[in-house]
Design a protein around this ligand. Structure first.
Ligand SMILES: NC(=O)c1ccc[n+]([C@@H]2O[C@H](COP(=O)([O-])OP(=O)(O)OC[C@H]3O[C@@H](n4cnc5c(N)ncnc54)[C@H](OP(=O)(O)O)[C@@H]3O)[C@@H](O)[C@H]2O)c1
Length: 246
């Protein structure tokens, strides 16, 4: 894809991986819109890059997804790339406590329903462009579940599955369907300090931009590349190793 002259909407773009991608698209020359729930983070981002467009939005809420689409399509009709990046991660022990559904449901709404819904809202709009892309941010845990985060892992596996079907259905249209597959990356995912063991977010984002520029459709990095390409036997082995300390 053209990283230099695109017009990109990044959900959850004010921090972590979304912000690292936003900065790189901006520096390459693309136009960027980011959205997220925290107005202060969005404003800080815009202070750093005045050309950045921001929109407060909770993608966990269906009505806010529709409002986001309506706002973007009327105010920034040139948008040709949707990056479904917003996500949350909750750790839970299913044997020891009954998860509160009012806390579990938002993880499914944000990680899975939002990309599915935004994709269906944006497809007719993106089809009007000569070149467009839908980029879904999944996880290495889509391929080998992290048992410590069972709902999270399930949402990412489902998003990976959906992305494959979407790519098949949109083949032959102007919309490329791309999956970014992060390994553990040092961001605030799940809460401050839980991912400090992860790879530096800048290194990860640089690799993703390189993959996007090269036209790759499913892009892993480090351990997520291992997970993404593992055989069933290897998946079982990685799963055992990764989850042995639980
Ligand atoms: N870091 C990792 O190790 C890792 C590994 C694999 C996959 N990923 C995936 O990478 C993506 C980005 O995560 P990250 O690591 O960058 O975590 P992060 O630093 O916590 O960033 C997540 C972003 O999503 C936004 N967000 C969360 N819920 C939202 C909602 N309901 N509506 C709108 N925006 C929302 C947050 O902003 P607000 O809180 O302001 O809304 C934040 O900007 C996620 O999909 C995550 O699952 C991360």
């Amino acid at each position: 894809m053209d990283i230099k002259a695109s017009s990109v909407l990044i959900t959850g773009g004010a921090s972590g991986i979304g912000w690292a991608l936003a900065e790189r698209f901006l520096k390459a020359g693309s136009q960027v819109i980011i959205c997220g729930r925290r107005a202060d983070r969005l404003q800080e981002a815009q202070q750093q890059y005045p050309q950045l467009h921001i929109r407060q939005c909770d993608v966990g809420q269906p009505s806010e997804r529709v409002a986001l689409f309506d706002w973007v399509s009327s105010n920034h009709p040139q948008i040709n790339v949707l990056i479904n990046n917003a996500g949350i991660q909750r750790r839970m022990q299913l044997a020891h406590s009954q998860p509160d559904w009012t806390e579990s449901q938002p993880e499914i709404a944000i990680n899975l329903e939002a990309p599915l819904h935004l994709t269906s809202l944006f497809i007719p709009h993106l089809l009007q462009h000569p070149q467009a892309a839908i980029i879904n941010v999944t996880s290495g845990l889509a391929f080998v579940p992290g048992a410590f985060a069972p709902i999270y892992s399930a949402t990412k596996a489902a998003l990976h599955s959906f992305t494959m079907s979407l790519r098949h259905q949109l083949a032959g249209t102007p919309i490329e369907v791309i999956e970014l597959v992060p390994p553990a990356v040092n961001t605030d995912l799940g809460g401050t300090g839980l991912h400090t063991f992860g790879v530096p977010v800048g290194d990860f984002a640089d690799a993703m931009m390189k993959g996007l520029e090269a036209g790759a459709l499913e892009i892993g990095y480090g351990t997520s590349e291992t997970n993404r390409t593992a055989s069933r036997q290897e998946i079982d082995e990685i799963f055992r190793r990764m989850n042995s300390r639980m």
